[in-house]
Write a protein that binds this ligand. Structure first.
Ligand SMILES: Nc1ncnc2c1ncn2[C@@H]1O[C@H](COP(=O)(O)OP(=O)(O)OP(=O)(O)O)[C@@H](O)[C@H]1O
Length: 246
């Protein structure tokens, strides 16, 4: 089977600091893969390299069999890589519905016509509503974003990434900053993502993230220390030593 993501011998330095050292990663279709590692391990840098925000010094990245190493971020997004939007870039005064419609437009052939407003975009509106429904926010569709809670914003970010109908969804710490209750909601939401979407997630909160992961990669100083099934990585003494601290 063709892997959805194949990262081979990826390296990246900042000045003299080697932040990504020969990283290999392979995600099968539908896999939920968790990246763990202490602060500064190079997790976010790896995401930037996969999404195209950073260029590797060497190595390659294949998406569904296609080499995307030279492709810029926008081209990779078109080919199926979605990241959760940084909420700060969203439109706070605009409604949740319009924010999702904008995310849908990012991938639709329809051009954004500011003078036309959203009026003529009924199919788009309906698709956006369905995305909001899928993350339990349909009843808040007409609320301005700034009137929603932190947990709701996180769910909106996920809805916007899913709206792009990705092959591969990159989630950078989806549980960060959430209350216990909100973590439960986001956990259920991530658990309900269709298996035709492959998920790569960075997460510090092992308690919530572990249950979602099929496979785990442990990074330390930019290197893959161990990788395998959830059980293999959790049982690996190196994981305890490096990550769990005992
Ligand atoms: N643009 C940059 N310029 C210089 N150094 C950088 C840059 N980006 C990251 N680094 C360094 O690379 C190392 C890895 O950073 P990265 O953010 O990828 O780690 P991380 O595993 O995501 O850490 P955290 O869990 O703290 O978010 C750190 O030492 C960081 O200071």
């Amino acid at each position: 089977m063709t892997a959805v993501l194949e990262v081979e011998a990826l390296t990246r330095s900042f000045g003299g600091l080697k932040v990504t050292r020969g990283v290999n990663l392979r995600l099968e279709p539908g896999e939920r893969h968790l990246i763990i590692g202490p602060n500064g391990a190079g997790k976010t840098t790896l995401f930037h390299l996969i999404a195209g925000d950073l260029r590797p010094d060497s190595g390659s990245i294949r998406l569904a069999g296609r080499d995307v190493t030279p492709s810029p971020t926008a081209a990779r997004a078109q080919q199926g890589i979605a990241r959760t939007f940084q909420i700060l870039t969203l439109f706070g005064r605009d409604t949740l519905l319009h924010n999702v419609m904008l995310a849908l437009m990012g991938k639709s052939p329809m051009r954004w016509r500011p003078w036309g407003g959203f009026g003529g975009h009924r199919p788009l509106r309906e698709r956006a509503l369905r995305q909001l429904e899928a993350v339990g926010l349909a009843d808040k569709a007409e609320l301005p974003l700034e009137q929603t809670s932190y947990g709701e914003k996180r769910r909106l970010e996920i809805a916007m990434a899913l709206a792009q109908d990705p092959l591969l969804l990159l989630l950078d710490e989806p549980f960060a900053g959430l209350s216990a209750e909100e973590r439960g909601t986001v956990h259920a939401l991530l658990g309900s993502i269709a298996r035709d979407i492959t998920v790569l997630m960075i997460e510090h909160d092992m308690d919530v993230a572990l249950a979602l992961a099929d496979r785990i990669t442990l990074l330390h100083y930019g290197e893959v220390i161990t990788a395998g099934t959830r059980q293999q990585v959790v049982d690996d003494p190196r994981t305890r030593e490096i990550y769990l601290g005992h």
